[in-house]
Design a protein around this ligand. Structure first.
Ligand code: AMP
Length: 438
């Protein structure tokens, strides 16, 4: 299977070769021919699967088939966060180097005037976050009458962030005849209802079963008391000589606090979250990518769309309230076939979240304890009364046998204690928040 056998032009194939891609990823194998055929597409794809090239390459080819006559845009790509929008734009830029396509990106948090200037010059592909796009529309800086292709990227996250009204407004302004592509990591009822109104007889593309975590990612849980988490993280960074770790916290304040503590401890760290200016976020990411900062501390929303090649290590300093966010977080490691390690520092008060995650991903994560950091408060056991004996056999911790995702339990690190909330316990669904927290 090659990119050219999927029907892509020589120019686009050459651009993928420049990136070192040898074979199309599974999502690309399915999505590229579907998009080229002109049909609507509904794709279940997590980040890290190569989904961006999956829609960008065929979209560029369709645009290249006939030249632009007006100012455009002819393709509109909506993304939930500034970082993802910038990331997608970078991809469009890379893949379009041999075709005469012009692209731009617009998002909030930066001056609007330069964006207006870019739009005035005319372009083919516009990547945008919904809020800024509407601002630009209201100021007559962009028109939608030439839009032929619409892409909603990470649609689930756009809904989580409360963008549904903005999206519906934008949809109402687009020409009725167009191709629609919807990409989402998860398919809630809300997404399905959006898809129903948007897509016409779509080709359905699904690569990994819904909500399963990347097979290449080793996952483990480190039970530890809340008060010991920072010290344990410092120790793990040092003992393992981690040079690039992405650490997730639940809140912006938590991210700031942890960053300061790590810095005090002599470990270079930077925080990336929604209270930081766009410049500060871009700088933090650049320093992290350049290896000048060892630990990047991020909130969930800020981390969406971050593409850091071959990130070996992700740490959940706190578990997310929404189990699906765990899947997104660990999707930051083990990207595009690399192997990675995601570990979670879990304190007794997070038993409910852990149970929710293990239920969603349908496996128990191996536990490892670190000498000197054994928790005084153990993770709670699943209430016995609710146990289903027929299922109990399947829910053994995967510490040692079979398909293990974590390091084998060994001597002092314990492992496989299996004292988890287990499957079928509390879902730990903290309720999807519509706040823009990151
Ligand atoms: P995405 O899921 O679109 O965020 O892509 C994840 C990463 O995979 C990006 O760093 C891409 O550059 C990379 N990638 C995309 N397609 C391929 C491919 N066919 N082979 C190798 N890497 C790829």
């Amino acid at each position: 299977m090659s990119f050219s056998s999927l029907g892509l032009s020589e120019q686009l194939v050459r651009a993928t070769a420049d990136q070192g891609y040898e074979t199309p990823s599974p999502i690309q194998q399915q999505a590229i021919p579907a998009v080229l055929s002109g049909k609507d597409v509904m794709a279940a794809a997590q980040t890290g699967t190569g989904k961006t090239a999956g829609f960008t390459l065929p979209l560029l080819q369709r645009l290249a088939e006939k030249p632009r006559t007006g100012k455009g845009p002819r393709a509109l790509i909506l993304a939930p966060t500034r970082e993802l929008a910038a990331q997608v734009h970078d991809s469009v830029h890379l893949y379009s180097r041999y075709v005469p396509t012009k692209a731009a990106v617009v998002f909030g948090g930066v001056k609007i005037n330069p964006q207006m200037m870019k739009l005035r010059k005319g372009l083919d592909v516009l990547v945008a976050t919904p809020g800024r796009l509407l601002d630009l529309y209201q100021q007559n800086a962009v028109r939608f009458d030439e839009v032929e292709i619409l892409v909603l990227d990470e649609a689930d996250r756009m809904l989580d962030m409360g963008f549904i009204r903005d999206i519906r407004k934008i949809l109402g302004m687009l020409p009725a005849k167009r191709q629609n592509l919807l990409f989402s990591a998860t398919f809630s009822n809300e997404i399905r209802s959006l898809a129903q109104g948007l897509l016409d007889n779509p080709v359905q593309v699904e690569v990994a079963a819904r909500n399963t975590t990347a097979e290449k990612v080793k996952q483990s849980v480190y039970p530890v008391d809340q008060s010991q988490k920072t010290a344990l993280l410092s120790k793990l960074v040092r003992d393992n000589n981690w040079e690039q770790v992405l650490v997730f916290t639940r809140t912006k304040h938590g991210a700031n606090r942890l960053t300061q503590k790590l810095e005090k401890d002599g470990i270079t760290a930077a925080a990336i979250h929604g209270n930081k200016s766009q410049g500060a976020r871009t700088r933090a990411l650049a320093n992290f990518k350049a290896g000048e900062v060892r630990v990047l501390v991020a909130t969930d929303i800020a981390a969406r769309g971050l593409d850091i090649k071959q990130l070996p290590q992700v740490v959940n300093f706190e578990l997310p309230n929404v189990p699906e966010d765990y899947v997104h977080r660990i999707g930051r490691t083990g990207r595009a076939g690399e192997s990675g390690h995601a570990l979670s520092l879990v304190s007794a008060d997070e038993g409910k979240q852990l149970a929710g995650i293990e239920k969603l991903i349908k496996k128990q994560l191996p536990r490892r304890e670190v000498e000197g950091f054994e928790p005084k408060n153990n993770l709670p056991l699943k209430p016995k009364a609710k146990a289903d004996p027929s299922k109990a056999r399947n829910s053994k911790p995967q510490g040692g046998k079979g398909r293990s995702f974590g390091p084998k339990p060994s001597g002092r690190n314990g492992g496989g204690r299996g004292r988890s909330g287990g499957q079928g316990g509390n879902r730990g669904q903290g309720g999807r928040s519509a706040q823009r927290t990151g």
